[in-house]
Write a protein that binds this ligand. Sequence first.
Ligand code: ZN
Length: 156
Amino acid sequence: MKRQELMVAAIENGTVIDHIPTNKLFQVVSLLRLEQQRTAVMVGYNLPSAKMGLKSIIKVDGKYFSDAELNTLSVVAPNVTLCIIKDYEVVEKKCVTLPSTITGIVKCNNPKCITNNEPMATRFVLTDPEAGTLQCQYCKKEQPLENVKLSATIQL
Ligand SMILES: [Zn+2]
């Protein structure tokens, strides 16, 4: 095991979310609803990373997420690495993929959009996967993925 991984205690069974950009850590926490998690959650913030300079890492004990839950992370942190841990061993590594439709996660940046004025889930389509452009399906306004804000109440 690499030394920096040991900076956050190992877990017996569960999920490790690694290579989180440090400024996206708290968005990842809310996307995975970790504040509702009843098992141990260990967070390493501002850890040195050869690849990224600084990174954050989250280890969630006793929890395996669905692919749909994990893919929501691609909206804020497309390059995270996921490790599935069983008996302290990495049994699977995964990456996240950006879904073509994103429902209930991203806030529309048009203040007049109905989704900002009615209690409803937003819906975006990835219109340009390479540039990372999302288009609101209600008001048709486009926004770049790197600037997205998350909905106040995330509805998956
Ligand atoms: Zn909109």
